[in-house]
Design a protein around this ligand. Structure first.
Ligand code: NAD
Ligand code: 2HG
Length: 466
């Protein structure tokens, strides 16, 4: 990290506007909107902390991050380059060497090979829910914070699944395709109402539980399976095993994260457990379903239909890529009856993307400018109240370090020569995060603190903001 240079004042962000678009509870973290100010005790204006000139912060946004997020970052004066697609690994490596911040969605793979090259990288913003595309452990060990938006698109996914349940039950995809080809095929055979049918939800988290409420409102019975014990909403009921869920459900829908334990979670043995003529929906991650097994189950009539939004391999950009070159079974899959295929659009609504842009954009600004890690998925979550404009000789020291005995003593020996106004420290696995606000420090003191911390053997990353 470059040595601290000078202080730059930037306009106060428009928090009131942001609160109006974000649906995430984390938005409550922000200062209250201006309309509240009369009712609250007067507080000194927060000081914007910067490690260097704002325009020196270089940000690369990939995969068409929403304008709401881009506006927040450009509004800070950072240099923002925004691309519509993800990048092939060689180009990504070339670009990531230079940037302090990268913003991605689900396609960009930030694996160890890529992150090793990211010598200036401070923070990753996943403008989505899933963070399986990032090597979180490697990032943490190198002091790179990762943020996501944990539930701003949950409702959009749940609504898509509701649409798919009816679409499958009524064979709407096939009827529509036939009509597009000029064929009139009026049938009721094996077309059903969803009222009174059983929906089995695998993974009862943000999306699964939201879906549960919507499905019950439409007259479905809901059961769910999860690795943790959770209270069911409405009259939904948790079942103890995946097999029990598969045995009882007319529709099975998957909402688990991509993990080693969820890889091919639905394969030949699980299709055998499903009811004859039932349906499968996967809007979680492509690795969760064994697609060749699904092709067999569909051809044999064991399942009456399926809807897939996610695939083991997905293209980096829009275009004619969904072929056997991408996934060897691509054409077999496309030939199946009553199969809805969508290009990973579960969270792709205006509402969700706008809210995600705001939530992740704000988290990045808080981290870059103030070192606050609230909401980070890989570093301990630490917060200190803001320094104010009335505290001009203060600096915020951030020391990301290995979580080993004796570190705090050494850090406090360095900080002990100064007045530490407030301090917080927390750890997560092998990595710990310390923030301290020190007063009455000038540029020379800041330089000395920074260099002394850099010299400690436990150091992962040092930032001094002032
Ligand atoms: N298609 C899309 O566009 C889209 C959009 C958002 C999220 N997603 C995917 O959906 C997944 C779920 O999202 P969410 O917000 O509901 O996540 P969440 O973390 O809120 O819920 C996941 C649930 O799965 C459970 N779980 C984990 N492992 C399990 C296992 N082996 N068996 C059963 N249950 C298990 C967890 O305990 C948790 O309750 C995300 O991880 C993401 O991959 C897809
Ligand atoms: O927008 C995306 O690319 C990912 C959407 C979804 O899978 C998520 O993880 O939020």
């Amino acid at each position: 990290m470059a040595a601290p240079q000078n202080i730059v004042q930037i306009p106060k962000p428009d928090f009131a506007h942001r609160l109006s678009v974000s649906t995430s509870p984390t938005a409550t973290f922000h200062s209250p909107p201006a309309s509240f100010s009369g009712a609250l005790p007067t507080r000194a204006a927060p000081k914007q902390l910067k490690p260097f000139n704002t325009q020196d912060i270089k940000i690369l946004l990939l995969e068409n991050v929403n304008q709401s997020g881009r506006d927040i970052l450009t509004g800070q004066g950072y240099q923002v380059e925004a691309l519509k697609t993800s990048l092939p690994e060689d180009q990504l490596i070339e670009k990531i060497r230079d940037v302090h911040v990268i913003g991605i969605r689900s396609k960009t793979k930030l694996n160890e090979k890529v992150l090793r090259e990211a010598k200036n990288l401070l923070v990753v913003g996943c403008f989505c829910i899933g963070t399986n595309q990032v090597d979180l452990e490697f990032a943490a060990k190198h002091g790179i914070a990762v943020f996501n938006s944990p539930f701003a698109n949950s409702r959009s996914v749940a609504e898509l699944v509701i649409g798919e349940i009816i679409t499958l039950a009524r064979q709407l995809g096939d009827r529509s395709n036939e009509m597009h080809r000029g064929t009139w095929n009026k049938v009721s055979n094996k077309c059903w109402e969803i009222r009174g049918k059983t929906l089995g939800i695998v993974g009862y988290g943000h999306i699964g539980s939201q879906l549960s409420v919507l499905a019950e409102a439409m007259g479905m019975n809901v059961i769910y399976y999860d690795v943790i014990s959770l209270m069911g909403l409405g009259t939904s009921r948790q079942v103890p095993t995946l097999n029990e869920l598969l045995n009882e459900s007319d529709f099975v829908t998957l909402h688990v994260p991509e993990l080693p334990e969820t890889k091919n979670m639905i394969s030949t043995a699980q299709f055998e457990q499903m009811k004859e003529g039932s349906y499968l929906i996967n809007a979680s991650r492509g690795t969760v379903v064994d697609i060749p097994a699904l092709i067999n189950a569909s051809r044999s009539g064991k399942i009456a239909g399926a809807a897939l939004d996610v695939y083991p391999n997905e293209p980096a950009a829009n275009g004619d890529y969904f072929t056997n070159d991408l996934n060897t079974w691509g054409e077999d899959l496309r030939s199946l009856k009553n199969l809805i295929l969508t290009p990973h659009i579960g969270g792709s609504t205006e509402e969700a993307q706008r809210a995600i842009g705001v939530e992740v954009g704000d988290a990045l600004v808080r981290y870059i400018n103030q070192g606050i890690t609230l909401g980070s998925v890989n570093l301990p979550e630490c917060n200190l109240r803001s320094l104010t404009l009335e505290e001009p000789d203060h600096a915020r020291v951030i020391y990301i370090h290995q979580n080993i005995p004796g570190v705090l003593r050494k850090v406090n020996e360095i900080l002990g020569n100064h007045n530490v106004d407030k301090q917080i420290s927390d750890s997560k696995g092998d990595v710990a995060y310390l923030m301290a606000d020190v007063s009455s420090v000038g540029i020379e003191d800041i330089k000395e603190i920074s260099e002394s911390l850099e010299a400690l053997s436990s150091r992962v990353m040092v930032r001094v903001l002032y």
